[in-house]
Design a protein around this ligand. Structure first.
Ligand code: ADP
Ligand code: ADP
Length: 222
């Protein structure tokens, strides 16, 4: 896929990336090399200038964005929870969008909150500003998982929390990933995080150029 922005910036100039099902692939590279653009093209927050996106063999480049939200969960740095909605309502965003019945949305939201370690009775009714950064991050992961997507895209998901909480969230996330078995593409600029979480690491350079793509142990040190 390629992305040339309106002002002529070639953010991604012809990247091909095969993410094996069930694996966690980390995209790493210097600021501005196109990592976020890749994720945003995959979930079509932006339109690729050129190229195709396939999920489980299906070409989803032109499918309806609502359908895409069922298949792709998305977590960003500052979570982007809706400030005027309760945590429970936030977690239910995508199921509601998909037209699930109220009761089912609520049950699903509470199940997910439980899964990410937020007691629904305690946190469900709270608003995002009434949670700590780490708790908001958990709620963001719960929201992304709500419709049981097969793919999870995560853009710097742990970088907005302090290093101690970050380490704990990373550990918990690894356990969660083992339990839910998603295909994950995670963007970071933190090499330690990449090595800790990645089954494979894609090292990008400017213009979304793929320099290396290998398991952490097989990367060439540079
Ligand atoms: P990264 O996530 O690796 O930091 P980005 O994907 O955010 O990189 O950006 C890649 C390049 O595209 C950068 O040069 C950035 O300035 C540029 N860019 C990002 N968004 C836009 C936009 N909306 N319009 C023009 N250029 C953009
Ligand atoms: P906003 O810009 O107001 O946050 P968006 O339409 O971009 O609204 O997204 C609403 C929320 O839904 C976002 O905060 C994001 O976390 C989530 N989201 C966006 N795109 C996707 C996607 N493809 N799959 C799942 N969740 C998504």
């Amino acid at each position: 896929m390629s992305k040339v922005y309106g002002d002529g910036t070639v953010a991604v100039g012809g990247l091909t990336l095969d993410v094996p099902a069930g694996e966690l692939v980390v995209l790493i590279g210097p600021s501005g090399c196109g990592k976020s653009t890749v994720l945003r093209m995959i979930n079509r927050l932006i339109q690729p200038t050129q190229g195709r996106i396939l999920i489980d063999g299906d070409d989803v480049t032109d499918v309806d964005p609502v359908e895409l939200r069922r298949r792709i969960g998305y977590v960003i740095q500052n979570v982007g929870l809706f400030p005027h909605q309760s945590i429970r309502a936030n977690v239910g965003t995508v199921p509601r969008l998909l037209g699930w019945k109220k009761d089912r949305v609520r049950r699903r939201a509470d199940e997910l909150l439980e899964l990410v370690g937020l007691d629904p009775a305690r946190f469900g009714k709270r608003y995002p500003h009434e949670l700590s950064g780490g708790q908001r991050q958990r709620a963001g992961v719960a929201r992304a998982l709500a419709a049981d997507p097969s793919v999870l895209l995560m853009d710097e998901p742990f970088s907005a929390v302090d290093p101690i909480v970050r380490g704990k969230l990373q550990e918990e996330f690894l356990r969660l990933q083992a339990a839910v078995g998603k295909t994950i593409v995670l963007v970071t600029h933190d090499i330690d995080e990449a090595v800790k979480l990645g089954d494979r690491i894609a090292v990008l350079s400017e213009g979304g150029k793929l320099e290396q793509y290998a398991p952490p142990g097989e990367l060439l040190a540079e």
